[in-house]
Design a protein. Structure first.
Length: 346
């Protein structure tokens, strides 16, 4: 039986309560691998509510912030060091070590890098990644989209594995309500303000869910709050149940990103509900959204308003079927399992 260590970030518990797409993917992947007969050990914060075998004696950053308020800026690095020490003591117990965090694991792994896999859950076009890849050219890296892989050096590339989620988390809704939805961090990368403007121009109510971005806390008050009204309602952070209700009852999900989105988990969560996605043509979007089938790909607000006028042409049951064919956690686990087997064979 293959023995895999899954190394989660230390920002949120695994699975997350609200925001935390990486932690959600790590948990769904680990669970699906177990269902395929793989022995998985999850390295994750102590406040994680999971039935998976878990290693980790320290709470997540989010738990520490709830307990202490603002914490010292070095706390995330300290949590990572404590987690990597726990991994170092157990390196010999695993065939493959799959890391989903930032940078320091590459130095710790040493000769074990050849039997490791790193999934980068963030953009790769900035200086930090350039330095990282230059220093660790032998580190196998899995991209989460072809758009992301284009920014990863050829020596690091192991392949592309699109995210997947638990097939049964969301159910299809054939008859939606009158509103459109936005779910995501309240930040200028995700542009909830654009979503509100598009809905208003189309004459549709909009409901928004998501956390206020800790890295850009003024954005919500400056750009979003002034646009809120009875027809544009911010519902705050949403857990799985609230997300299912918000997405499932929406006529469409608006995804007006303004950055090189490496994947965009909410797009496949919407598809799982049968809800079409209207997304801006950036980053991974052309790989995830099938234009005219699971949604519409647009380039600006005018095109998005026009797409909302055509949203009734799309078959919500078919959207759900395409989700089941392309974006379940079982498919994701099988794809990663193939990469693990390649690493071990090499």
């Amino acid at each position: 039986m293959m023995r895999i260590a899954q190394i989660a970030p230390n920002i949120f518990p695994v699975p997350p309560n609200h925001h935390g797409g990486t932690e959600r993917v790590v948990h769904d992947l680990s669970t699906a691998l177990c269902n395929l007969g793989v022995q998985v050990t999850l390295f994750a914060p102590s406040d994680s509510a999971t039935e998976l075998p878990r290693v980790g004696n320290y709470p997540s950053l989010s738990a520490l912030e709830r307990a202490h308020g603002r914490v010292a800026p070095g706390v995330p690095a300290a949590l990572d060091a404590l987690q990597l020490e726990a991994l170092r003591m157990r390196l010999g117990e695993f065939d493959i070590i799959h890391c989903h965090g930032e940078f320091a694991h590459a130095a710790l792994l040493g000769e074990r890098r050849r039997h490791s896999l790193t999934t980068v859950h963030w953009r790769v076009d900035e200086l930090d990644r350039a330095l990282f890849f230059a220093g660790f050219s032998d580190l196998p890296v899995a991209a989460i989209s072809a758009a992301q892989e284009a920014g990863i050096p050829a020596s690091n590339r192991m392949g592309v594995v699109h995210h997947g989620i638990d097939r049964d988390r969301y159910a299809v809704t054939i008859e939606p309500g009158p509103h459109v939805a936005f779910i995501g961090r309240m930040t200028d990368q995700k542009r909830p303000d654009v979503a509100i403007r598009v809905a208003r121009a189309a004459g549709l109510p909009i409901r928004l869910g998501g956390t206020i971005d800790v890295g850009n806390p003024d954005y919500f008050d400056r750009a979003v709050r002034p646009l809120l009204e009875p027809e544009a309602v911010y519902e705050g952070p949403v857990d799985d149940a609230a997300k299912a209700a918000l997405l499932g009852s929406a006529r469409a999900l608006l995804f007006p990103i303004d950055w090189p989105e490496p994947f965009g988990l909410v797009m496949i969560e919407a598809m799982a509900c049968g809800t079409p996605v209207i997304a801006w043509k950036r980053g991974s979007v052309p790989e995830i959204v099938e234009d005219g089938v699971t949604g519409f790909i647009v380039s600006n607000e005018t095109e998005a308003v026009d797409a909302l006028g055509r949203i009734g042409q799309l078959d919500r049951a078919r959207i759900r079927r395409r989700f089941e064919e392309r974006f379940t956690s079982e498919r994701m686990a099988r794809d990663y399992l193939a990469l693990y087997q390649r690493l071990l064979a090499a």
